[in-house]
Design a protein around this ligand. Structure first.
Ligand code: PRP
Ligand code: URA
Length: 210
């Protein structure tokens, strides 16, 4: 597993506002999207491209375009939906699939309740979006599911992560080609499985259900 933790003042600034409990849902949504766009730059570093020849107004030259099969972006419902626009703005030709996973707040175990993905993911590069990597159970389940469906490699993007969450993704094993991109690495989990310092419940804060 390759790990990249962002180190940029603009990302830290936006995360600070996001963490603030006084930040209202509309601002939280806007910042989540903006942070995703900033993290997409790193997350797509190894996106597959193919050569293309084009004519500039002056000469013919070589460039690249996103290769087929197109990357598949998979937001984990609900909170991952807040990151989708930020990603597709940068990679508009990407296809989008959905996974609905909710964590049982007592056992902290993930349960998958929805799935809408292409049947065959053979040869696909997948990008999983979820703002929170807490115990890592939800993200690990999502990543494993995509590999079982044939994905070649998975890049997961989370705004906040924990050492516990990173261990859970590492435990998927070396034969899984996984890259994890985090906006920040937080201290850990509290007794209820919430990230500290964290930002609270990302889904609730995005959709105003606090
Ligand atoms: C949150 C978050 C992750 C999960 C992280 O989702 O968006 O999917 O918890 O926790 P874990 O790493 O311990 O599995 P939640 O279950 O609250 O669902 P929601 O997005 O519908 O609010
Ligand atoms: N899910 C969240 O939304 N926040 C946390 O801190 C942990 C899990």
């Amino acid at each position: 597993m390759r790990l990249h933790v962002a180190d940029h003042p603009l990302i830290t600034h936006k995360l600070t506002v996001l963490r603030d409990k006084a930040t209202p849902s509309p601002v939280f949504r806007q910042l989540t999207e903006e942070l995703m766009t900033l993290l997409a730059y790193e997350a797509t570093r190894d996106v597959r491209v193919e050569p293309v020849t084009i004519d500039t107004p002056v000469v013919q030259t070589q460039g690249v375009r996103i290769a087929d099969p197109k990357p598949l972006v998979v937001p984990i419902l609900r909170a991952g939906l807040g990151m989708l626009e930020g990603m597709t703005k940068l990679v508009p030709t990407a296809e989008v699939g959905f996974l609905g996973i909710v964590r049982n707040e007592e056992t902290l175990l993930p349960a998958t309740y929805a799935e809408r993905l292409p049947d065959d993911l053979s040869g696909r590069q997948c990008f999983v979006l979820d703002p929170m990597l807490a115990t890592g159970g939800s993200l690990a389940a999502a990543i494993e599911y995509l590999f079982e469906r044939g994905a070649t490699d998975v890049t997961a993007v989370c705004l906040l992560g924990t050492p516990e969450g990173i261990k859970a993704i590492e435990a998927l094993g070396d034969d899984r080609d996984v890259t994890l991109v985090l906006g920040a690495l937080d201290e850990g989990l509290n007794e209820n499985g919430y990230i500290i310092p964290g930002l609270g419940d990302a889904g609730d804060r995005l959709y105003g259900t606090v």
